[in-house]
Design a protein around this ligand. Structure first.
Ligand code: SAM
Length: 282
């Protein structure tokens, strides 16, 4: 499938994350590159590290890690267009030797046991059956290697009304993506990493916020503020174009906005939602 030859019907039929990669959305995890950098530091990534990004999407974070830490990164995702975009990005940034991407499923990783120093997910584990997936992550890790996750959470102790609202948002994300989706508590994330046999598990809570440091990191990753501005403009144009021309896509964006509103803008729910950076050692 050639990206430029897609018809509107083919574009409408793309799975949600393939469609978003097609539009040019660089990443989805709410903590952005600031959180990616912090997680890499928690996992002690350096230029010797061999890193696996599971659910790498369009490869922005993976390329950022290769650029920032000099490590080698392999990204896998089930989304075909995203993987093609990721390989194009690595090539455009001259990172083909350091950042490689291929189709791959978190539950059946196409690698030998003990291949990687670090396995990372960013806004991916919450779409997964963690018991099954983390067993795979541990299998492909070297002894002493680290799993690092950058995922959203919701507090365990919330009122019935807030719990209902959060459930509504989970359902919306699940419907849009056609993937199971949940917002576990920080305690659940810890338990699941420990249940996979990892030790020294630490979970750090964060609140999502927009800062100028994020824009600086993005501009650096892209090469200039000009390229960052171009990406933003192209994205706005693409979203507007498909919102106007396709009812199916318009409905998708409407649902997305409702789900995001519940989690990020509604004051009674947003104070109970954020993201965790969590690490554990094999
Ligand atoms: C919210 S996006 C996050 C992408 C990227 N990590 C980021 O932070 O922008 C979730 C990604 O997980 C991928 N995904 C979902 N289930 C998967 C699975 N079983 N194996 C591999 N990737 C999966 C989706 O295709 C999608 O690209």
């Amino acid at each position: 499938m050639q990206q430029n030859s897609l018809t509107r019907k083919e574009i409408e039929d793309l799975a949600y994350y393939d469609f978003m990669s097609y539009l040019g959305v660089p990443y989805f995890h709410v903590g952005g590159l600031i959180s990616t950098k912090e997680l890499a530091e928690l996992c002690r990534i350096n230029e010797e590290s061999k890193v696996l990004m599971v659910g790498c999407g369009a490869g922005f974070s993976s390329c950022f890690l290769a650029q920032t830490f000099g490590c080698s990164v392999v990204g896998v995702d089930i989304a075909e267009v995203s993987i093609r975009k990721a390989n194009e990005k690595a090539k455009a940034l001259g990172l083909e030797d350091k950042a490689k991407f291929r189709i791959g499923d978190a539950y059946d990783l196409p690698f030998e046991p003990g291949t990687f120093d670090v396995v990372i997910t960013e806004f991916v584990s919450q779409f997964l059956d963690t018991d099954r997936a983390y067993r795979e992550f541990v299998r492909v890790l070297k002894p002493g290697g680290m799993v690092g996750i950058n995922e959203m959470y919701s507090d365990a102790d919330v009122s019935h009304e807030v719990a209902e609202k959060i459930r509504e948002a989970e359902t919306i994300f699940s419907e849009i993506t056609q993937l199971p989706f949940s917002l576990p508590s920080p305690e659940e994330w810890k338990l699941w990493l420990e249940r996979a046999g990892l030790s020294d598990v630490h979970v750090y809570r964060h609140k999502a916020s927009v800062s100028s440091k994020e824009f600086k990191l993005m501009a650096k990753a892209l090469g200039s503020y000009g390229k960052f501005g171009r990406l933003f403009i192209d994205l706005m144009i693409g979203m507007t174009r498909y919102t106007i021309s396709s009812r199916k896509i318009r409905n998708r964006f409407r649902k997305l906005s409702k789900g995001k509103g519940i989690l990020m803008r509604n004051r009674s729910t947003s104070k109970h939602v954020g993201y965790v950076l969590a690490v554990g050692r094999k």
